[in-house]
Design a protein. Sequence first.
Length: 309
Amino acid sequence: MSRELRSLNIATGTDYRFCAFSPDDRLIAISYKDKIRLWDLTAKQFVSTCDLPSTVLDGPAFSPDGKRLVVSDVSGSIHICDLSSSTKVQSFKAHTARINSIAVAPDGKTFATASYDRTVNIWDMSTYRRLKTLQHKSLVSAVAYEPNGRLMATAGYDNNARFWDPLTGRELAIMKGHTEPILSIDFSPDGAVLATGSADSTIRLWDVATAREVSIIRAHGGHVKALAFSPDGKRLATGGDDGLLRLWDVENGQEVVALYGHDDGIGRIAFSQEGKLLISSSIDGIVRLWRAGGAPTGGRRSAPLIDNF
């Protein structure tokens, strides 16, 4: 049964606070003002903080080995934190406008940044040198690597999603169907399906091999700003302006459960690597941790709070 395990009131305000699980599921990284704070799930406490020179941080994205954290800010700069020392090791200007999305390649050798400046840049993780620029005609809201790293997806305010070859920078396909900007994307764990969430209140699932739409889920009462596949690919978690966290059965498109807790729009969702936990962050300033398993309930249910962070 899905239920809320813990909540952390980190702030109130108008900016989302972003969160991510470490690759070993031991830590949760939370961006807050000019800091990245790491919460230890076993010790149930913050264990380290990485102070950064900018406020309103976005991201964060872990490297696959869990040793580094990539974070962006509203000015278009990237900051790299060394988690062994909790210190910033690199900062550089990556874009001329706000960065909306960061994706680290599965092999950890590169990472990509998507920006309001209508570009996606691909960077070398060791040298921080820009390798490729993928030019778009509108604001870019999201970027994601396919699990094998051989394909990249981007999406933005032209209502379309695109596939690219990250090595050559060549555009491979355009997926059209949404009637409003696409705000969130994620590949299924097997790389066969791309999910896109839009301001048109829908989620669309696309066959990666053919770039064709295979299903539509009418998901939320507003923008779908966050989504994530479960590690087994059977569930899709979505979050929207309505403050609801919903779990969907990918095979039949039916809602498994709707989880109540947030008082405002949800900006980030992530599953733990084992798929047992789900984390969400919201404009209400709350980060919530949920148990992700359980049988379908056939509709909405409220999730009781068990404990505080």
